[in-house]
Design a protein around this ligand. Structure first.
Ligand code: TMP
Length: 211
């Protein structure tokens, strides 16, 4: 789809540092004079935040996997329509903390709902929109689990996703690496275990070629 803006998504395991890095990149792009829209999934829009609350509420442990899948796409459809497409049309850089690749790896592979269902729903929900660039912040499994637990303890909260077994996380990471292999032009692997400044430098090296 031809459009004046640039759509960059951040992907990675829980605790991979993508939220911090997204904010840093946004600052750098603004300094360079670009309009930047920062968004996050699940969430983003006002309606998306309400959907996020359902998805991450620990009382909803009995949320059926297919209902969960559709809620992620409902959230995304609203975000694409309300914020992302208009921002891209005016030439902004859109930075999204997660997008359809998350659903592919967490629901499609992690929960075993399959790639075909995710691809079909993506076409309906996202109107053919694909990221120009996806930054996959790769960290090892132990670091991911430890960081996610520490973060939840600090926030005095637990959410449903962090209760998943290590085996689930292993499937998720393998699926991310597989996506990177299958889409080498779009998905770039960033070594997320490095010090924060080094990760930011690697990200800038990739992004500057696109802006
Ligand atoms: P966050 O910690 O990056 O805010 O992500 C919240 C959780 O939601 C995280 O465990 C990954 C999960 N998630 C999915 O399972 N499927 C999706 O499509 C998205 C966007 C997130």
């Amino acid at each position: 789809m031809a459009r004046p803006g640039l759509f960059v998504t951040f992907e990675g395991m829980d605790g991979s540092g993508k939220t911090t890095q997204l904010a840093r990149l946004a600052g750098r792009l603004r300094q360079a004079g670009r309009e930047v829209l920062e968004t996050a999934e699940p969430g983003g829009t006002r309606i998306g935040q309400q959907i996020r609350d359902i998805l991450l509420d620990e009382r909803n442990r009995d949320l059926a996997p297919r209902a969960e899948l559709l809620l992620y796409f409902a959230c995304r459809a609203q975000n694409v329509e309300e914020w992302i497409l208009p921002a891209l049309a005016r030439g902004a850089v859109v930075l999204s903390d997660r997008f359809t690749d998350s659903t592919m790896v967490y629901q499609g592979y992690g929960r075993g709902l399959g790639a075909a269902a995710v691809e079909t729903l993506h076409e309906i929900a996202c109107q053919g929109l694909q990221p120009d660039l996806t930054l996959f912040l790769d960290i090892d499994l132990d670091t991911s689990l430890a960081r996610a637990r520490r973060r939840n303890a600090e926030a005095a909260r637990r959410d449903r996703m962090d209760e998943q077994a290590a085996e689930f996380y292993r499937r998720v990471r393998d699926a991310y690496l597989d996506l990177a292999r299958r889409h080498p032009g779009r998905v770039r692997i960033i070594r997320g275990g490095q010090p924060e400044d080094a990760v930011a430098a690697d990200i800038w090296e990739v992004v500057r070629a696109h802006v």
